[in-house]
Design a binder for this molecule. Sequence first.
Ligand code: NDP
Ligand code: HSE
Length: 439
Amino acid sequence: MICWLWKASDMTEPLKVALLGCGVVGSAVARRLHDDARDLAARVGAPLQITGVAVRDITRPRPESGVDASLFTTDAESLVERADLVVELMGGIEPARSLLLRAIEHGASVVTANKALLGEDGPQLFEAADARGVDLSYEAAVAGAIPLLRPLRESLAGDSVRRVMGIVNGTTNFILDKMDRTGAALDDVLAEAQQLGYAEADPTADVEGYDARAKAAILASLAFHTRVATPDVYCEGIMGVTAEDIRAARKIGLVVKLLAICERTDEGVSARVHPTLVPRSHPLGSVREAFNAVFVETELAGQLMFYGKGAGAEPTASAVLGDLVQAARHRLDGGHGPGESAYADLPLLPIAQSQTSYFVRLDVLDRPGVLAQVANVLGEQGVSIESMRQGVRRSGDGLAMLEIVTHRASDAALARTVDQLRMLDDVHAVTSVLRVEGM
Ligand code: NDP
Ligand code: HSE
């Protein structure tokens, strides 16, 4: 028999929850608020009562959400004015931003999974929440179900983070993993990721790296106590990754992943998102499907790894509900959690100063002296070669494929090297340049 540790008489009045959005994530959150109402009330100390759900189309039946049809509305503005807690799961910049600001202005604590909005306008929202003394929580905005932001903000508050590196976009990991394992084309796998509810409403945000870039901005801001906005993050998506890149990487024990890398050096902080080759034996190399994994390196704790489901309805709902329970508890206690910390205000470094290893693939004329010319260019630019391999000669075209892995070099030095290589008569084409991490 279950013995409940609370009684109805212990309860205070219900806390009024407004839900903005009832799509993939919103409907999973609503369903749990309905099905687990008793447990959630016991954990909070008061029932959480959905007072309305804002959607675009109120005529669409949404039985999966468990929400009474009478609660759906298109009048999100008045909904947020009547709530104690507002959960924003609409996505996009507007009207999400105005609604969150309005909710905060009316004294509601807010929970959002909207990394696009936070990466663009986080400071305005943080300042508004701080001024009003309410919570603004967004654990689900980065790495779905994985508790990552709270550890960065709270558990590591006494340590110094040096580096955050990981897979923070489930859709692109799903795509790259499928391409790697089955040789499928990017477009076919993207459709599957969309069906599974991993992709953004506009999947360009996933494949062009914009979603990971917004997440990198959030991670770097938290990790380094410095405001890093989405445009500050260097970004390359996966559209340029070819089946040939994946095959070539496989041959040398590497796998392509879209990584977000945030670093703090003596000069400042940098954040970048790009397709990256990692060894298959590296923990990031074995992250499958829509899973996310993030390494955090700190001065005192050393290396920490966070791993779990980075997208999808229920995993994301887990993080949203965790924030909601915490905000509700604060509400009852009369307090609020820590706000934004940007006191360090470190300089933001350009991509040209980033240091990493590179994989460069070239089509060269298959004749004596070519290797020496290529090696000479790298040497002149101070880029040291870790390995150089000549691939199978293509029948009949007089070309050979050359694959080079470099030691760590600056992005600027590598860019100059590639320019110089392109100018060599014996270099037919530079067919691929990918960064390498974790060697
Ligand atoms: P969906 O597109 O599935 O759902 C969006 C919901 O918001 C829909 O119910 C839609 O209404 C409603 N909506 C959109 N615009 C408006 C508007 N102008 N007025 C009223 N309602 C509106 O998105 P997801 O659930 O996938 O994502 C929601 C948020 O969570 C996004 O910020 C996303 O980045 C984030 N997120 C998503 C994850 C995932 O795995 N899907 C993981 C982590 C974060 P209607 O149904 O009528 O169209
Ligand atoms: N589209 C996002 C992803 C959802 O694929 O990771 C989770 O933030």
